[in-house]
Design a protein around this ligand. Structure first.
Ligand code: ME8
Length: 495
């Protein structure tokens, strides 16, 4: 079984912020989860490097678009490596192989009559790289970002999206393509109001893929960028990889780019006679006050700063735990600290710390094999079942709630059995069961906070690597003899 997951390709006009890390960490968590279920996973991410917005940003910095692209795509890639992102391929739209695929697709649609020459006369928002009709011609503000748009009138090649509107509508109505569910009607309403054919070339934008047409145009940046999801897994150049992974199973995006992904993208696929992805999931925005956190608003929250202060796993955990995936969420330092101290320090950290402390003081650091308590085991299995369901539904916060049910269960079990009492005569049995539960907790945590999972594994004295395990190991017995290692505070309390 295969699982193909993608993130948007981020623009390289500025540096990444918490919003970009959000989508990428979410995708990484799903990729790791499916690997632990035994799937053959392909995880694609990368950078979107062409177009007017990038060339204007480069100009402002006094460098060429290529230089800006090289510099900032490296920043993205390095950050993903620092964030422990297990991508299979990092694609750049400036790669030759991608450019060739885009040109071939363009030619194919041209031959088919799905691209035709016309005249675009209207407005363009450079920030959104998007064509719009303004509500008020005297004050042509972009309906999305509210910036002033520029008027353009130019010959252009149009994609006959109108031809596919009916098939697209039917597909959306009869499938689970659009997630969360509440987005489905939003998109269907847009389709029902009528789709206008879209322009796919720019006459005066030099920084882009040259169109395979007699005129020297460049291909519209969104038409170029969307095709990465095909070119990144071998479309038209590596059939073996492509046929293994296409169609995509989950495409994660932010709600800012649903029109491109839920309407234009599947229409291009219909035109290419390719199957449509299984799910396109749009998450909400991180906001501060009323404002979306964004590079251009300058209200960015730096991932590096939070990681420096709290550690990488605390950062990964906070993003996926704090707000339901799909809804907007307000970022605040206060909420971060609160979540950190309550969930990671008090619940998880304390469970591991006091258990290992008891193993050291009461059992000289060695746990011997014992019988598993069937009730505890059954509850763990039930928790795992819901956890798996929730992650398959892409509900990270609910999956994490399940893990924390296990953490509370183990903390309660320890309190009730109180192996620290002088009169206690089955200390090994009690601690065996708690340690076994912590081992299972570490497995469930692995997709979310992999380094912590490895740390817990080591503290317990387990020899192998939890990241290479399958979830079938949940509920399995511990090795016959387990010697815990030196204790380490997983999450130091923050004042
Ligand atoms: O749109 N909250 O790139 P981009 C949550 N290149 N997520 C956020 C966010 C926020 N405040 N800000 C950004 C592009 N994101 C195109 C995509 S795909 C073929 C081309 C995340 O750099 C979210 O995933 O503007 C959003 O969709 C994406 O970054 C936009 O990144």
């Amino acid at each position: 079984m295969k699982f193909y997951i993608t993130t948007p390709l981020y623009y390289i006009n500025a540096e990444p912020h918490i919003g970009h890390t959000y989508t990428t960490i979410a995708a990484d968590t799903l990729a790791r989860f499916y690997r632990m279920l035994g799937y053959d996973v392909f995880f694609l991410t990368g950078t979107d490097e062409h177009g007017q917005k990038i060339s204007e940003a480069a100009k402002k910095q006094g460098i060429t678009p290529e230089q800006l692209a090289d510099k900032n795509s490296k920043t993205y890639k390095n950050l993903w490596d620092d964030l422990n992102i297990s991508y299979t391929r990092f694609i750049r739209t400036s790669e030759e192989v991608h450019k060739e695929v885009v040109k071939k697709v363009f030619s194919r649609l041209l031959e088919k009559g799905d691209l035709y020459k016309g005249e675009y006369s209207g407005y363009y928002c450079v920030h959104c790289e998007s064509y719009f009709i303004p509500e008020d011609e005297n004050n042509p503000l972009c309906p999305d970002c509210k910036r002033m748009m520029s008027k353009i009138s130019e010959p252009s090649y149009f994609f006959r999206i109108s031809k596919y509107a009916g098939a697209l509508q039917k597909h959306i109505e009869n499938s689970n393509l659009i997630k969360p569910d509440f987005r489905k009607n939003e998109i269907l309403n847009l389709i029902k109001t009528g789709l206008r054919d879209i322009s796919t070339t720019r006459k005066n934008v030099e920084w882009g893929i040259p169109s395979p047409t007699p005129e020297k145009y460049t291909i519209y940046v969104w038409f170029d960028a969307l095709l990465n999801y095909l070119s990144g897994i071998g479309y038209l150049h590596n059939d073996e990889i492509f046929s293994r992974y296409w169609p995509a199973d989950v495409q994660l995006i932010g709600k800012d780019i649903i029109r491109f992904h839920d309407i234009i993208w599947p229409s291009i696929l219909l035109a290419l006679d390719l199957p449509i992805p299984d799910k396109i999931f749009a998450h909400g925005w991180w906001v501060i006050g009323q404002d979306k956190i964004s590079k251009s608003k300058g209200n960015v929250v730096s991932p590096q700063k939070l990681i420096g202060e709290y550690g990488l796993d605390a950062f990964r955990f906070f993003l996926l735990r704090e707000i339901p995936f799909g809804s907007d969420g307000e970022y605040s330092d206060k909420a971060f600290k609160k979540r950190y101290n309550s969930d990671l320090v008090n619940d998880l950290g304390n469970l591991v710390n006091r258990t290992v402390n008891l193993v050291e003081t009461k059992l000289s650091g060695t746990i011997k094999s014992a019988t598993s308590e069937s009730k505890l085991l059954q509850m763990t299995r039930n928790i795992y079942k819901t956890y798996e369901e929730k992650l398959r539904e892409i509900s990270f916060s609910e999956a994490l709630e399940e893990i924390w049910k296990l953490v509370s269960l183990l903390n309660r079990f320890l309190d009730e059995r109180a192996p620290w009492r002088e009169s206690c005569n089955n200390i090994n049995h009690i601690l065996y069961n708690v340690v076994c539960g912590i081992k299972d907790t570490a497995l469930l945590l692995a997709p979310f906070i992999p380094s912590t999972s490895v740390k817990i594994w080591k503290i317990l004295g387990m020899q192998d690597n939890p990241l290479e395990k399958r979830f079938t190991a949940v509920g399995e017995k511990l090795p016959d003899v387990l010697k815990t290692t030196k204790r380490e505070i997983l999450f130091p309390r923050k004042k």
